[in-house]
Design a binder for this molecule. Structure first.
Ligand code: NAD
Length: 444
């Protein structure tokens, strides 16, 4: 299933996975840390620098709305099964809630709460007028037919119908959902309203009010962030050396666009292994090979490396774009890249972060680096509400403007408070959300 995500961090997915595998193996599940505790820690990190008064900080420690719904669905075999669905809005002080719908067996309310908060950070950093939200249904989309998925989607959306809408809370694709699922979301909402409302959801197919440039937006955002980072280090993107882990939506688009901008993409990897050529890979040919064979392994004229070796390459930029927790306490001391630009969500663990900082490796955090998707989701929503669609170059130009502004804001926060870029991103997000809340005052 093709995902088209705009969403932050999968650290929670790691936790869920750990929990599930412990469950499967019969060992008692380790007491699982609530991912929202990570959010609280990040708020504290920002507060330690911003010194807000306690009354300004306290509301950030709570999600605005958390809902659990039941989703009864008739399966193809004639049996009825009840799934559990969730929708959380963490914050809507800067605008309607925004965040994906996840279909995954491990999804739960705590995950949604944390992911909703990270969406709020991301939207604040790229300065789009949205708060943070997230939802999902605990189900395994790989084991469900299209018909079953459609019925789950329609019933789930009916159950949260009063809580979503273009000015209320706007879902999008996430793990396990796709533009096709978003089309059902849009149709269900529109049918219940009695008029067509494309602005209720983003990540839709273009024919239903989706935006040009949405599919490659995350990769394009990464190009801009990588270019700006190199500029700050007085390096040109042309001829800079780049290694990319993961060749899915994010990795392959980033590779293509970075190659197009003149960078030397020397290595790329997927689950089959990594291919390496110190002179730079011919990315259009690599992509054609990947489309044909479904893997990178075997691409002629290159050296095959294992996935771990890609992370140790001596390059200017390492761009992890596969999954969470790839740079850990175990391998961070072997990283030889000067810069890490986080294409994936949560690819660097906190202990790796510390090691990398000590070694002077600059890490550009996911909530800034991979925010291109949510920016173009915002553009999709604007175009839907306006009823007028931009040409793709216009979308890309506006994306560039947003990403560069966000990068500059994080960079100057980093300089001002003398913190690492990740902490700077949290500070910026928390500060912007607190400012909006303060200006709105307390509704009583
Ligand atoms: P995807 O499923 O399209 O691609 C994942 C790629 O990673 C595949 O090529 C897979 O073979 C590869 N991979 C998996 N494990 C690997 C390993 N151990 N070593 C090397 N390669 C491995 O996923 P995607 O949409 O490209 O997302 C990638 C990451 O970016 C995820 O963390 C996702 O949450 C995040 N993200 C995606 C978007 C988006 O718009 N798609 C937006 C923001 C963040």
């Amino acid at each position: 299933m093709a995902y088209d995500r705009e969403e932050p961090n999968m650290a929670t997915t790691t936790a869920s996975r750990r929990q599930q595998s412990a469950f499967k193996s019969g060992t008692p599940a380790r007491v699982h840390r609530n991912p929202f505790d990570d959010v609280l820690e990040q708020i504290d990190r920002a507060a330690a620098v911003l010194h807000p008064d306690a009354d300004a900080l306290e509301p950030l420690r709570h999600a605005k709305r958390q809902v659990i719904v039941y989703v009864p669905v008739m399966l193809d075999d004639g049996h009825l099964r009840v799934f559990e669905g969730y929708r959380v809005v963490y914050d809507n002080s800067r605008g309607p809630g925004k965040g994906g719908i996840r279909y995954h067996p491990g999804v739960n309310l705590d995950d949604c709460k944390a992911l909703a908060a990270w969406m709020a950070w991301k939207c604040a950093i790229v300065d789009v007028p949205f708060g943070g939200a997230k939802g999902g249904v605990a189900c395994d989309p790989l084991k469900l037919s299209d018909g079953e998925l459609e019925r789950i989607t329609r019933r789930y959306i009916s159950e949260i119908f009063d809580l979503i809408g273009p000015t209320v809370d706007i879902p999008a694709p996430d793990v396990g959902t796709s533009p096709k699922v978003m089309a059902w979301v849009m149709d269900t909402f529109s049918m219940k309203k009695g008029y067509v409302e494309p602005g209720v959801v983003t990540g839709k197919p273009i024919a239903l009010g989706g935006s040009g440039g949405r599919l490659e937006a995350t990769g394009r955002g990464l190009l801009f962030v990588t270019r700006e980072t190199l500029k700050r280090l007085h390096r040109d993107i042309v001829d800079s050396t780049i290694a990319i882990q993961g060749f899915g939506n994010v990795g392959s688009n980033a590779a293509r666009l970075l190659h197009g901008a003149g960078a030397r993409v020397v290595a790329v990897s997927d689950v089959s292994g990594a291919i390496y050529d110190p002179r730079g890979l011919d990315i259009p040919r690599v992509s054609a090979y990947y489309r044909e064979t479904g893997q990178l392994r075997g691409f002629p004229g290159t050296q095959l490396l294992d996935n771990a070796a890609l992370l140790r390459l001596d390059v200017d930029v390492l761009l992890p774009a596969a999954m969470e927790a790839q740079l850990t306490g175990e391998n961070a001391s072997e990283v030889r890249a000067r810069v890490i630009v986080e294409g994936a969500n949560g690819p660097t663990t906190p202990d790796a972060d510390e090691i990398l900082a000590r070694r002077g490796v600059l890490v550009i955090p996911d909530i800034l680096a991979n925010a291109g998707g949510v920016v173009v989701s915002y553009f999709e929503w604007v175009q839907d509400r306006y009823g007028y669609f931009w040409k793709e170059p216009e979308v890309n130009e506006r994306l560039e403007e947003k990403m560069v502004l966000a990068f500059d804001a994080v960079w100057s926060t980093r300089d001002r408070f003398e913190v690492d870029a990740r902490t700077a991103a949290y500070i910026l997000a928390v500060d912007r959300i607190m400012e909006a809340r303060k200006l709105r005052g307390l509704y009583a």
